[in-house]
Each structure stands twice: as structure tokens, then as C-alpha cells.
Design a protein around this ligand. Sequence first.
Ligand SMILES: [Zn+2]
Ligand SMILES: [Zn+2]
Length: 443
Amino acid sequence: MDVLEKAYEILSKYPLCDNCLGRQFALLGYSMENNVRGNALKVSLTMQANDLSQEKKVEGTKRLKILASKGFSREAQETLKHLKKRQAKDNDALRCCLCDGKFELVDSLTQNALQVIKGYEFTTFLVGIELPLQVEEREDEFKAAVNVGYGESMKHEFGRLLGKAVAKHTGKEVDYLKPDIVFVFNPFLESVRLQVNPLFVAGRYRKLVRTIPQSKWFCSSCRGRGCEKCGGTGKLYPESVEELSSKPLLEVTLGEEAFLHASGREDIDARMLGTGRPFVIEVSKPKKRFVNLKQIEAQVNASAVGKVEVSGLRFTTRDVVRHLKNGEGAQKEYQLIAEFENDPSEKDLRTIEEKLSGICIKQQTPLRVLHRRADLIREKYIYQVKVKKVSLKRVLMEIRCQGGLYVKELVSGDEGRTNPNVSDLLNNRAKTLKLDVLNVIME
Ligand SMILES: [Zn+2]
Ligand SMILES: [Zn+2]
């Protein structure tokens, strides 16, 4: 292919700016921008046409006029003037047929982005480009017609130019996978909007009381709007681990909402002791990211004292949330007080330890959660059960098992839905009085 001839052939049919002509040949030559390529082609064509006009006046002048009008070439215009030829018509009305001249807006779009981002802290960003459908269609038709094969798309060039400009002005880095911020530019609407990605903070929590749920629990009467029954709060419980552990972080980051993702959950009336349960707090649309987590940890522990404690707060990523959710089946250690109808004997206690250690139990979805969980039979492994008498009818049980096992039902039997179970093994009905989670073992 004669690159120059091809460029002239294109220009004789389509008015193109330097960027749009240059990017048709984007894969040719390194370390230059497409507007430089486009301008170089137009300048070379101008020189060629000037040379041609010495012998073939008509053809040379015709070429210069095309370069001046459809190529918007100042050099061709000036050359025509020098040759004392009638200059090409004022071509203000004529615009690049692909971009409408929008590549000239890269600087002002960048300035808009710098305005929009004021007040946001971020380390990494990405640029997204939205183009009107007819612009993309126009470009596709053009590509099919000229058939150069060295091109870069308009979207790609806008993305690259604006990405470079934003990086230069902010000193921040582009991250294609996990950017803090995405700038979405629409050069044709001359607009930019921000997509602020969430902030993730991991840690562990301990719950020291038997009265608060893990997550916000909306009032069943008003579903969160607030009614008489819930005193206008919209909530069934005034506090939750989610709110207590995330409030200071939400305030400091100026985020919109905070969510708690945890590796499993304990019942409201169960405490979470030991080293605590792993969790990740997700803060949506944070303005501040460079926050002092040690300070926030201390704030949570001071404001939720006696109820919830958090530890080991650190920045993390969305992947860890997925890992937590998958790890719901990780090993758990529980301790509970069980109360029997009749006094159990020492032999009964040994029976429980022997028959329930190192076995797989079958557990049908408990009656108490059936309204919100599918009715399934799950198999769960029990590693070890230890039993100790604490009073005539009461025992202390320690259970290490696969996560997701419903421990209260292991004791009661849940009307035969959990098998085997403590009540049936001893033919002596038992129920759980106090339940604590002692450990959540993550790999
Ligand atoms: Zn253009
Ligand atoms: Zn309500």
C-alpha cells in the first residue's frame, strides 16, 4: 500500500481531522500520537501537490484545494495563497465527518474531570468512553468502505488521550482491573461523570451480647420506612453488628452506605467470642480513602464498648468478599449450655461424645428458618464434641464442626429433621440455653 496515496484517496472522499486521519494508520510508526501522524500525512501530501503543480498545474491545485478543505490543512491553504491561486472556500461549516471535531475537546474534557473529582481521594482510576450510537455506526461504515486495516477506534483513542491527560494532571495511575474511580466521558455530550468504586475494609468482630443481630433487620410491618410499631426507626432492632462496626468508617469516608459481609452469621442470641468472625465492610461511594484504620478501630471499640469489638482492620479488595462468602463452610467452634428434661448420667455424656464426634450428620432446613431458606437436606461434618456437666440438668457442650451446621437443632433434633441428634440419642429432650461461637477458622 502506498500510504500517502491511500491517505489522499480517503481525504478526497471524507473530510477528516488530524486525529481521525492519523488513527487510520495508527499501527504504522511508533512513539507518536495520531494527530501527529495525520498532520504528517497532510504536510507530505501538500509538498507532493506543490511539486506536482509545477508540471501539472490543474491536478496539483486540485489536490491542494482538497487538502485545504477536506483536510483542514493550514499548510495547504498557505501554499495555495503563495501560488496566488484562489483559496479554498471558507470551510468553517465543514467538520471532520467521523468525530465532528470533538478531539479538540480533550483539554476541556480533562478540565471538567478535574473539577468533578475535587474532594475525592483516590489512588487509581480508569477512563470509560461513551459514544452516540450513530457515531459508532458511522465509523463502522467508514471502516468497511476505506479498508485500511491499521486503524485505532475512536473510542480507544479518546480513552487513551483522556487517560494520559488525567494521569498527567492528577499524578494518579491507571488500573484496568480495580480502579478506585472511573471517569465516564461522553465527548459528544461534552460531559463527564464519576463512577466511584466502593472501599473495602477487612477485619474480625466479636459480639459480646445476646441481643443484637449481625445485619440491619428491617421492621416487618413497614419494611424500613418507619412506623408506629418500630418507633419510626424502620428497624426491628435498634443496633446491629453491621451498624456498630461500620458507622465511624462511613462517617470518616463520607460514603453513601456501608454493608457488612461476613463469613457466616451467628443467631441474635448467640455471642461471637474467641478471635472473632472475619468480615469485610464495603463503603459505597466514598470521598475519602486515605483514612487511619487504627483510629477508626479505636472509635468503634469505644462507641460499641461491651457490645461489639473489632480488630485487625485493613484495606482489602472485592475478591476477599467472594472468598469470605465461599468460606462460609469453614470450620467453626461453638460452646453451648444444653438443658435436658431428665438428669443425664455421666454415661449419657460419654455417649454423646462418642456418637457425635467424627461423623457426618444430615440436617433438613430448620423449621425456624424455613420461611426464608429453601427446604433442603444438608450433610455437615462434626469433628469433635466435648460434654461436661454443669448442674443436674445442664451440660456445657463444645462442638467443632463444618460451618453452616445448625447447632441448636443438633441438640433439639428439630422434630426429627436433624439426624442423629442429642435428644434422640439419649431419648431425653434437650434444648439450647446459651450459644457462643468460639472460633471461625479460615484457611
Ligand atoms: Zn475527527
Ligand atoms: Zn416499622
